[in-house]
Ligand binder design. Structure first.
Ligand code: HEM
Length: 137
């Protein structure tokens, strides 16, 4: 009986370690903020609210650019890893600039431009995830 309790405790603690590893890396947390703002932006017509959402997404990506994707962390040290890491920051930098353009488009009350930017961000997301996100996420 005591053995069973010890075994149960062991399995339970292993499971909790696994869950905490799977989600909620600091990068994943910022990506979640980005995702919520991006979804809301697509429906937003009010310039001030839209600009605030674009700013919120920017702030999250400014934090995310200082992180390293798990996929890059797992690479062996060397030039390929350094290039992947720089490539990640370049793409994130472009995303931040695009979000600033979106904020400006809202402030100019140019909803047509906002929609163009939303479309271009879909492509950036796909490219970023194809390159830097682990398959099972
Ligand atoms: C519209 C733009 C984007 C949206 C809405 C978005 C959204 C998301 C979401 C919802 C996740 C899953 C988070 C979770 O597991 O809880 C994620 C993860 C991730 N995203 Fe993005 N993303 C975008 C652009 C990008 C770009 C441009 C890059 C790379 C330059 C990128 C790199 C990643 C990586 C590496 C992960 C996995 C997190 C980790 O390694 O821990 N994302 N993203």
């Amino acid at each position: 009986m005591q053995m069973k309790i010890i075994l149960f405790g062991f399995v339970a603690s292993l499971m909790s370690v696994q869950t905490s590893m799977a989600d909620d890396s600091p990068l994943a947390e910022q990506m979640d903020v980005m995702n919520d703002a991006y979804k809301a932006i697509r429906r937003e017509k009010d310039p001030a609210k839209g600009a605030a959402l674009a700013r919120e997404a920017q702030d999250a990506m400014v934090k995310a650019i200082t992180e390293t994707p798990e996929l890059v962390k797992a690479m062996a040290d060397g030039p390929e890893k350094a290039k992947a890491s720089a490539g990640y920051r370049k793409m994130m930098g472009q995303l931040i600039a695009t979000l600033a353009d979106m904020e400006l488009a809202f402030l100019d009350n140019n909803l047509e431009k906002v929609q163009e930017i939303v479309t271009s961000m879909r492509e950036m997301k796909k490219k970023g995830h194809d390159q830097f996100m682990e398959e099972d996420e």
